[in-house]
Design a protein around this ligand. Structure first.
Ligand code: VGL
Ligand code: ZN
Length: 210
């Protein structure tokens, strides 16, 4: 059984938002169309308390996109974004969430960031998504959303590692790409991990013939 997983399609990751992904809003019509083609639609929502450890503003002398060492490894620092309950944390207003069965919130523990839909950044603390997918017999995930080089990548890599068939829909994702090259590197890492890559056009052919 397959599902569409929409990653972090929130205002703060769209142009005008606190951590805007270039063209992040452009994927919304595609994602809405895709949601209509899948029997199961799931979403993630980046959901940080104020003063979250991943915010550059809580580390004196640090700027967004600096990296620091933490107990769970390297952490990129970000502008304050997706604060719980804020407009920035809300889904893009044109995103149709009617068909969404499950919303996984992540990044709500102050001391640890969470890019992947499966695990927090310690690669150990589960979000609960895996149990949900296994109980619902979902073994194939089509991933769309933001950002290609962070939450989409980490989700796809963890999914593949956990034995799911993961496919990223290339025209329905966008990346931060800062420093430049991280999007290309993300595609390489995903491909090496066995993550498949398709486009909305190729996919509509695939889904139609099933
Ligand atoms: C994300 C950076 C920080 C993402 C979330 O959704 O890719 N990136 N928080
Ligand atoms: Zn975040």
């Amino acid at each position: 059984m397959q599902a569409l997983l929409i990653v972090d399609l929130q205002n703060d990751f769209c142009p005008g938002g606190a951590l805007a992904v270039p063209e992040g809003d452009r994927i919304v019509p595609l994602v809405n169309r895709l949601a209509g083609q899948f029997e199961h639609v799931l979403q993630t929502q980046d959901w940080h308390p104020s003063g979250h450890h991943s915010f550059a503003s809580v580390h004196e002398g640090r700027e967004p996109f600096d990296t620091i060492q933490t107990s769970y490894g390297e952490q990129t620092l970000w502008p304050d974004h997706c604060i719980q309950g804020s407009k920035g944390a809300a889904f893009h207003p044109d995103l149709d969430t009617t068909d969404t069965e499950l919303i996984v919130r992540k990044g709500f523990r102050r001391e640890i960031d969470s890019y992947s839909a499966f695990f927090e950044n310690d690669h150990e603390t589960p979000t609960g998504l895996m149990g949900y997918l296994r109980e619902r017999d979902i073994d194939t995930l089509y991933v769309v959303g933001l950002a290609t080089d962070f939450c989409v990548k980490w989700t796809a890599l963890d999914g593949a590692e956990q034995g799911f068939d993961v496919c990223v829909i290339e025209d329905a994702v966008r990346g931060i790409d800062q420093p430049e090259g991280t999007v290309e590197e993300a595609w390489n890492e995903m491909s090496e991990a066995g993550v498949r890559r398709t486009s909305t056009e190729a996919l509509s052919g695939e889904l139609a013939t099933e």
